[in-house]
Structure formats: C-alpha cells, structure tokens
Design a protein around this ligand. Structure first.
Ligand code: SF4
Ligand code: SF4
Ligand code: SF4
Length: 385
C-alpha cells in the first residue's frame, strides 16, 4: 500500500472512507502524519486495484489448493496401503491372488531410510531392498533444505489427517490451545526423539552393524512387521494410538507439533532454507489475521522474518494479510514472490525424485516377491535386531 500523508489538527480525520488514527497536537501546529488504517475497519478492501501477487490469489484458494493436494497424496497412500495389504495376504499365504507390492509403502519406514542414508554415505551403496523409502526420505530432506517444511505442509498424509482432526475439533468447539508454559516443553519432545534416533543410528551404528541389519530377515520383512503391528496391536499400543488420535481433535496438530521426529529433522533443515516469510513492521496493522490462520500456531506479529522450524511453508498467512506486501514470501535478493512458487517447487522436487529413481532403477526393490514371501511366512517369529 502506498503511504498516505495528511494534515490533521483534530481528534480524527476521514479520507476516502478510511479512518485514520488521531494524533494529539502539542502546539496547534499543522503536522504531517503517516496514515495507518484502523485494523477493525481493514477488511481486505485496501488491496483492490493493487498489483500484489497475493491479491491475485484469494486466501480460501490457497487453503483449498493445499487441501486438494494433500488429499491427493493421502488417497494415493491409502490406495497403496490397500494394495500392500493384498500383497501381504498373498505373502503370508492367506490369499492365492498375487498383487504387486507398491514401493510407496516404504515411505512409512523412516528408520530404515535413515539407516539406508548412512549406508549410502559410508559405502556409496544405495539401499536396493527399500529403494523407494530412501528416495522419498532424500526428497523430503532436499525439500526441507530448500523449501522449508513444504513436505509437511503439502505432501505428508499424516499432516493432512492432523489438519482434518483439527478442523473437526474446531467445529465441535473442543479445540484447546496449551498455555506457553506447557507448549514450550512439549515442543522439545520431538527434538529429543530425533536426537535419540540420530544418536543410535547416525552416531553409534558402525558400517558392519548397518550391513548386518541391512541383510537381516527382519529388514527384509520390516514393512510386513509394521503392518502386523497396526493390524494386531498390543493393548498398550492400541491405547497409545487411540489416545494420540483423540488428543489430535483437542490439541491442534498434536503429533506433528510435539512428537514427530521426522518433522523435527525437516524443521532443523528448514532453518537454512532460502525461502522465508517476511513481515514489514511499518505497514503491519496488527490485525492478527496471519496468526489466526497459521496452522503451525506461529506468532508472526512478534517477528520480522519467520525462520522457525515450525513453519510448514503453507503461505496461507501471506494470502490472508490485508496489507499489500506486508507479508511476503521472500528469497535472497527478491523480497516478493508468488505464493504459488513454494508449493509448485515442493511438488516438482518430489515428483522429480520419483521420476529419476524410476528411470535409474532406484524405485523398485531388488528382492523378488518369492523371497519376501518366504520371510513373510515366518513373520511372527522374526526377532527384532
Ligand atoms: S510433522 Fe511428521 S507427521 Fe507431521 S506432517 Fe511433518 S512429517 Fe508428517
Ligand atoms: S508462518 Fe505462514 S507459511 Fe508458515 S506455517 Fe504459518 S501460515 Fe504457513
Ligand atoms: S502481518 Fe499479520 S497482523 Fe500484520 S497486517 Fe498482515 S495479517 Fe495483519
């Protein structure tokens, strides 16, 4: 918005239908004052006729677009899960119909992917037992480094489910925001979990141990083990899972915000991401629309640059800000970019990793289905390494 200057000598003035703050005069002299619109009257109309990128995209559009893309990935995962279940039935001898195993299920084996990454770094060998899992993990890390936590904001189906639970909780009016004294210690939990896994795998595990884990029967059937865990959970595991689901309706993004070590890792990488949300303190009218919409509950109005690892790069705050160029999606050397740039880059990067791994033979497992079937048949007896 262009700065407007006006003369004032009274308690308040009105210019072109916009109320301006009154300024007390000391000496009854005429002074020039920079106009600041009243936040209560500032309802988006100020953007009319502007050339802002944000003005071209209505707030609800970016929200709808995000929901649409997230739902697409979630449906794809559900379909993959269903196909994998059919493969599992065949592998365990419960069905005679063979259904090819969808590699995308390996996205749910992040620990195996972390082990695979260390093996790749130490030995130069790509994990060909769960290659898709490693490819998806590398794509997520790359997105985290370059595009903030765009993986969480636009792709991850668990994040989508968490958003749906939050929306339901809001409609039922049962959503509760933990006070800051509880929120801050809870926020550290996911980092503790992350450092625990990094300590065990990235720090302690030797290459010999990794190789022995890599070729172990457990690793060959770890996807089936995981499915079995969800199909026949112990009483304790079922209780924990149900509690997590129930809490997600009451506390916004409970799992993602407080417990997910995957998200914590992406958040740490995002600290060096070139994409940043910037706020112009001069033009901000403190309407707090950005804070209300922010799915990561970030207090944007206390910052000039949003660097926190909690930001999922949804760009909804930029789209909802009523002041032109007050909130922008910034890159080094370019303060204002289209808010569609980040999601477009996230999806493109992810699909690029998929396409390259497909073309170069790093997507499908080299383990023949018959060998998997052999280990699936003794799955209940396979010990944890
Ligand atoms: S925090 Fe974890 S579960 Fe949540 S969206 Fe990110 S990766 Fe997915
Ligand atoms: S700060 Fe903006 S881009 Fe980041 S999570 Fe919040 S609303 Fe989304
Ligand atoms: S930055 Fe946030 S508080 Fe400031 S004008 Fe924009 S939406 Fe309102």
């Amino acid at each position: 918005m262009e700065s407007v200057y006006f003369l004032t000598g009274s308690r308040s003035s009105t210019l072109l239908g916009t109320d301006f703050k009154s300024v007390p005069l000391k000496n009854q002299d005429l002074i020039y004052v920079k106009a600041r619109p009243d936040p209560l009257r500032y309802d988006g109309c100020m953007k009319q006729g502007s050339t802002s990128y944000a003005n071209l995209i209505r707030p609800e559009w970016i929200k709808t677009l995000r929901t649409f893309i997230q739902a697409g990935f979630a449906l794809f995962c559900l379909y993959g899960g269903y196909r994998y279940y059919l493969f599992y039935l065949w592998g365990t001898g419960q069905s005679s119909t063979y259904v090819p195993r969808p590699p995308s299920v390996e996205a749910f084996l992040p620990i195996s992917a972390l082990v695979g990454l260390k093996r790749l770094i130490l030995s130069g060998h790509y994990d060909m037992i769960h290659p898709a899992g490693l490819t998806i993990f590398l794509a997520a890390l790359c997105i985290g480094l370059l595009l903030r936590k765009g993986f969480c904001g636009w792709i991850c189906p668990v994040g989508f489910a968490s958003n749906l639970a939050e929306k339901t909780g809001r409609k039922l009016k049962i959503l509760w925001k933990p006070p800051i004294w509880l929120d801050l210690p809870l926020l550290s939990l996911k980092y503790l979990l992350l450092f625990f896994f990094l300590y065990l795998i990235a720090w302690k595990m030797t290459l010999d141990q990794i190789e022995s884990f890599h070729t172990s029967p457990y690793n060959l059937a770890v996807d089936a083990k995981m499915l079995l865990f969800f199909l026949t959970p112990s009483g304790l595991a079922a209780g924990i899972m149900l509690s997590l689901v129930a809490i997600s309706f009451i506390i916004r993004n409970f799992w993602c915000r407080y417990l997910c070590p995957y998200g914590a890792l992406l958040g740490l990488l995002a600290l060096v991401s070139p994409f940043q949300i910037k706020r112009d303190q001069e033009t901000c009218v403190d309407c707090k629309k950005c804070e209300k919409i922010c799915p990561a509950s970030i207090t944007l109005t206390s910052k000039k640059t949003i660097r926190t690892g909690e930001c999922i790069g949804c760009t909804e705050c930029v789209s909802v800000c009523p002041v032109d160029d007050c909130l922008t999606l910034a890159l080094p050397g370019r303060k204002k970019n289209s808010i569609l740039l980040l999601p477009a880059a996230v999806i493109t990067t992810f699909l690029l990793f998929y396409a390259v791994s497909l073309v170069t033979g790093h997507w499908y497992s080299e383990v023949p289905p018959e060998v998997m079937k052999k280990f699936y048949s003794i799955i209940a007896e396979l010990p944890h390494p």
